[in-house]
Design a binder for this molecule. Structure first.
Ligand SMILES: [Zn+2]
Ligand SMILES: [Zn+2]
Length: 295
């Protein structure tokens, strides 16, 4: 059986997030969905997996929500197992935490994947005057990115407003991208409010680019927040990153097993085994401490 991974988001007013939560939760649990759906008064953001019949039924339900008739779905097929561990549906203040109010009706222009490819010349280099800004976190950028992209040194997306260097964007053609597009809506709106004029974003993000194109201008892998850790958007070539522990070439992204640390880091297989899936010897000592030693 093929499993469908459905990604979707839209910023539009939801009058009663709590009621929508109740409706969707019952349906998703009954129909054996897994993944995450976040609901807020500002909109909805989700990534879930189920079989074809159930994902089709969910599409219909979501499009029936007032203001959501034109909700766009990114659909990937995957192996027969759920890539997500459980089903989580929550009501939040924001569907992507930014901690800064922006006018979501004034976002960057949305570029189709074809328009995005036109940012590159025939040699595969970014055209002059284009600044391609990756709005994802550091570890996501590290294992894979579009050629010529710049990142903002983010540990979390809400650092964007402090860390983005507006001087570098002045009088440039600014194009942003993220995994599925949901972060760039806020990031482009913010940058426009700061007076940058020519701002656009890759419509529906890296995932949609990977669905529509071979990865000619992509290098490395695309991290996703599920068991797969990387999406099917992968280049064939050598890893573009190195193991943080020993420096050998590797593109395996790992989440430190010490929950207090919770670091995302690049590891090689040998270091993963040596440190028992921890980012450091310190974390390994904490995780593997014999129970009797705990006071
Ligand atoms: Zn290593
Ligand atoms: Zn750690």
């Amino acid at each position: 059986m093929t499993m469908i991974v459905l990604g979707f988001y839209k910023y539009a007013e939801i009058k009663d997030p709590q009621q929508l939560l109740i409706d969707l939760k019952e349906f998703c649990i009954h129909e054996h969905f897994r993944g995450t759906i976040l609901i807020s008064q500002e909109g909805i953001n989700g990534s879930v997996s189920a079989n074809r019949e159930n994902t089709d039924a969910l599409r219909k339900r979501l499009k029936d929500i007032p203001n959501f008739k034109d909700l766009f779905f990114k659909e990937e097929e995957t192996y027969s197992e759920h890539p997500f561990r459980k089903m989580k549906i929550k009501v939040k203040n924001e569907i992507v935490r930014f901690d800064y109010d922006v006018d979501l009706k004034n976002t960057g222009k949305h570029l189709t994947t074809e328009e995005f490819l036109e940012l590159y010349d025939s040699d595969g280099n970014l055209k002059e005057n284009v600044v391609l800004l990756d709005t994802r976190n550091d570890y996501e950028f590290e294992v894979g990115r579009f050629k010529g992209a710049t990142h903002v040194n983010l540990q979390t997306f809400r650092e964007f407003t402090d860390k983005v260097n507006l001087d570098d964007l002045k009088n440039k053609k600014v194009v942003m991208y993220c995994t599925g597009g949901v972060r760039c809506e806020k990031a482009t709106a913010f940058v426009k409010e700061q007076g940058i004029e020519d701002v656009s974003q890759l419509n529906q993000g890296i995932i949609q680019f990977g669905i529509e194109h071979q990865q000619s201008v992509w290098e490395g892998k695309c991290f996703v927040f599920d068991k797969r850790m990387v999406s099917p958007m992968n280049s064939e070539g050598e890893p573009v990153s190195n193991c943080h522990l020993c420096g050998t070439s590797s593109d395996l992204l790992r989440n430190c097993r010490n929950v207090v640390c919770n670091l995302f880091y690049v590891s090689c297989l040998a270091c993963e085994e040596r440190l028992n899936k921890c980012c450091s010897e310190e974390c390994q000592k904490i995780v593997d401490k014999p129970k009797t030693e705990v006071a």
